[in-house]
Design a protein. Structure first.
Lengths: 96, 307
């Protein structure tokens, strides 16, 4: 859908995923499975997310929150999200 | 005082069904955690801790407690699903990946048979044509099937991911940390939604069912594999005996944690029986809701469709 256009395309050429050799928690952040980005939305607003390669996060621009990706696993619970501070959220604090 | 009250209640309410708040909904601020009474927030925390503690020993414990029969139950679930290549599966509370791996194995073998049949039908192709078609199909051994494993517990997902790497599952599989009551997926996306031995641990079952409905495509199928109620009185007594006397002991011996397994056994007793769960699934909007008892109701598979 419309979410596709927003995703970071720098991802596409890279060969990675759950099967690649890096089994241990390395310092280099593991990006998520590209196909996964097709389904993921913000659990709160159900709106599309943008993958930010620099911080390895999935960002909901509207609400101004970012979900971390840890060990290649997107952490899609509101408790784990942080405020992005780039743009103040539209309706007050969304954080529990 | 609360701890004392909880213990008393636990002792007094051992017969199944004694303490049972409103089905699937938070009965005021109090809910059940096994046979204890806790707030909704406490329940979530305690359950998170249970699975954090058992994650590494989860598979071993499943085998010990069920004498390996849980494997058969899970096989039956996948056979009932009968997925064809190209199916998109969301496995919720899928933690250590048992359902996901079985799904991949299943579609892979269906795909194999498809390709073999195709090859047999094309007897008059040139070598070049056969070679090219083989190359094309080889890179698509799953036929575009995909499974997303969603779980709320980081430790369980970690174990699952490690297992996947160890067993060689690389393509068609992704892992997401998410809450069954508030799924991070868009509407109308999945062909099948499964939740195996997970829904019992969800605090708001009604929300989880609503979310399941939301993320399924029209025509999609909901499948739930869960411990259920044994109506046969003799079997029920034997089952109770085994559950309360043997399982927590196994938990202590194998995982060093009888309390978590005590919770597990109690939570099974607190969970709605077959007909009640069926009604809840219907409330969420599913049609053609049905269930199948396995082993006299020790386990049941509930199924429903989004139309």
């Amino acid at each position: 859908g419309s979410a596709h256009g927003r995703h970071c395309h720098r991802q596409q050429g890279r060969e990675q995923g759950s099967g690649s050799g890096s089994g241990s928690d390395s310092a280099r952040p593991q990006p998520p499975e590209p196909s996964l980005l097709r389904f993921l939305v913000c659990p709160l607003s159900k709106r599309p997310l943008r993958y930010e390669e620099a911080t390895n996060e999935l960002i909901n621009e509207e609400l101004g929150i970012a979900y971390p990706i840890i060990d290649g696993i997107p952490n899609m619970v509101p408790e784990a999200a942080r405020m992005t501070h780039k743009k103040p959220p539209a309706e007050g604090s969304e954080q529990p | 005082v609360r701890l004392w009250r909880c213990r008393c209640r636990a002792l007094l309410s051992r017969p199944a069904g004694a303490v049972r708040p409103r089905r699937g909904l938070a009965a005021g601020p109090e809910m059940h955690f096994g046979f204890q009474t806790v707030t909704e927030e406490e329940r979530r925390e305690k359950i998170y801790q249970v699975f954090e503690n058992v994650a590494k020993k989860y598979d071993v414990m499943n085998d010990s407690m069920t004498l390996g029969i849980h494997r058969v139950w899970k096989d039956i679930l996948i056979h009932k699903m009968n997925p064809c290549p190209g199916t998109l599966l969301l496995d919720v509370a899928g933690g250590t990946g048992d359902i996901a791996f079985r799904f991949i194995n299943y579609v892979r073998s269906v795909r194999q048979r498809q390709l073999q049949r195709k090859l047999k039908d094309h007897q008059n192709l040139s070598w070049q044509e056969i070679f090219e078609s083989y190359q094309k199909d080889k890179s698509n051994s799953l036929g575009d099937s995909q499974v997303v494993v969603c779980d709320i517990n980081r430790e369980m997902l970690k174990v699952g991911k490690q297992k996947a790497q160890h067993l060689g599952y690389t393509e068609g599989l992704s892992w997401v940390l998410g809450n069954a009551e508030e799924l991070p997926f868009d509407d109308d996306k999945f062909d099948v939604y499964t939740i195996a031995f997970g829904i019992r641990n969800v605090t708001r079952i009604d929300l989880a069912l609503q979310e399941a409905y939301r993320v399924l495509k029209p025509g999609g199928r909901f499948l739930c594999l869960e411990f259920s109620h044994v109506s046969n009185p003799l079997l029920s007594s034997l089952y109770d005996l085994y559950s309360f006397q043997v399982i927590p002991v196994l938990g202590e011996v194998i995982a060093g944690d009888w309390r978590s397994y005590q919770y597990l056994v109690e939570s099974i007793r607190q969970f709605p029986p077959q007909e009640e769960l069926k009604a809840m699934i219907e409330d969420a909007g599913f049609f053609k809701v049905d269930y199948e008892n396995l082993n006299f109701g020790i386990v049941a598979i509930h199924s429903g469709f989004k139309l």
